[in-house]
Design a protein around this ligand. Structure first.
Ligand SMILES: NC(=O)c1ccc[n+]([C@@H]2O[C@H](COP(=O)([O-])OP(=O)(O)OC[C@H]3O[C@@H](n4cnc5c(N)ncnc54)[C@H](OP(=O)(O)O)[C@@H]3O)[C@@H](O)[C@H]2O)c1
Length: 240
């Protein structure tokens, strides 16, 4: 039976590639974003059997409504991909720029929003022996990334992943991917970083959204892995 797969933040980049990869496997996909409604509706139109739901994961009510809409339409939820994320690029040495407001804004999406989605979806995921894959970052594993608040939020997400896996097994599996530099609209003007990665990473290139989607799909399918953070960075972290 086709799985019902909800991918947050799937109108662009890694989330879009992941949703399309599941759809290509014959799964039923629900696209989501907070702002880009037209793009979400377009993706749903061109992806057979899919649907788009606008919801801002920083709002608990939206998270609950998102899961309700999925279950009302398809009757079940098998896979939750927590991909929606936020950052602000701040040099790590610029402590004054990393204000508590910036920390709050980033944690609102990457940690609190992801947590709210996990809580909202858990009852349905328990019914289907479902699976969660969180989209973290290599910045949560190594002391690197677009800013200290961002890297710290992804480190929190990695720990949340392991803790949640312990709490909800064996019914539900919870894993994360930790991408390195991936070519998406988010990193479109990160030329210096792209040159650095191409120079030092063993695979000598930045990643594509599909490189990450491959690992997400594999984690969703493999039955004996939980609580893990899989780095998808072309080997970059070996050089940091
Ligand atoms: N690109 C990289 O190099 C890289 C590396 C490591 C980790 N990551 C992680 O990968 C994930 C996706 O990044 P990306 O590069 O693919 O970014 P992207 O192309 O900018 O896509 C972000 C998606 O998230 C949605 N979104 C943002 N805030 C949201 C919210 N509050 N509620 C629901 N949807 C929201 C966006 O849509 P709207 O703005 O229209 O709502 C968009 O669909 C993030 O978690 C990021 O931290 C990216």
């Amino acid at each position: 039976m086709a799985r019902v797969v909800l991918v947050t933040g799937s109108t662009s980049g890694i989330g879009e590639a992941t949703a399309l990869r599941f759809a290509a496997l014959g799964d039923t996909v629900v696209f989501n974003s907070a702002h880009s409604v037209r793009e979400g509706e377009r993706l749903a139109e061109v992806t057979p059997g899919s649907h788009y739901v606008q919801a801002d994961i920083t709002k608990e009510d939206d998270c609950a409504r998102l899961v309700l809409e999925v279950v009302a339409r398809y009757g079940r939820l098998d896979v939750l991909i927590n991909n929606a994320g936020a950052t602000k690029k701040i040099a790590h040495s610029d402590l004054a720029a990393a204000t508590v407001d910036v920390w709050r804004q980033i944690f609102e999406v990457n940690v609190f929003g992801t947590w709210s989605m996990c809580v909202a979806a858990m009852e349905e995921l328990r019914k289907t022996n479902g699976v969660i894959v969180n989209v973290s970052s290599v910045a949560g594993v190594r002391p690197t990334g677009s800013s200290i608040p961002y890297a710290s939020s992804k480190a929190a997400l990695n720990h949340l992943t392991a803790l949640l896996a312990k709490a909800v097994g064996p019914e539900v599996r919870v894993n994360a991917v930790a991408p390195g530099l991936i070519d998406t609209p988010w990193t479109a003007d990160w030329e210096l970083e792209r040159k650095f990665v191409s120079a030092v990473a063993p695979l000598h290139r930045s990643g594509t959204p599909e490189d990450v989607a491959d690992v997400i799909v594999a984690l969703a399918a493999t039955p004996y892995v939980t609580g893990q953070v899989v780095v998808v960075d072309g080997g970059l972290s070996t050089a940091l």
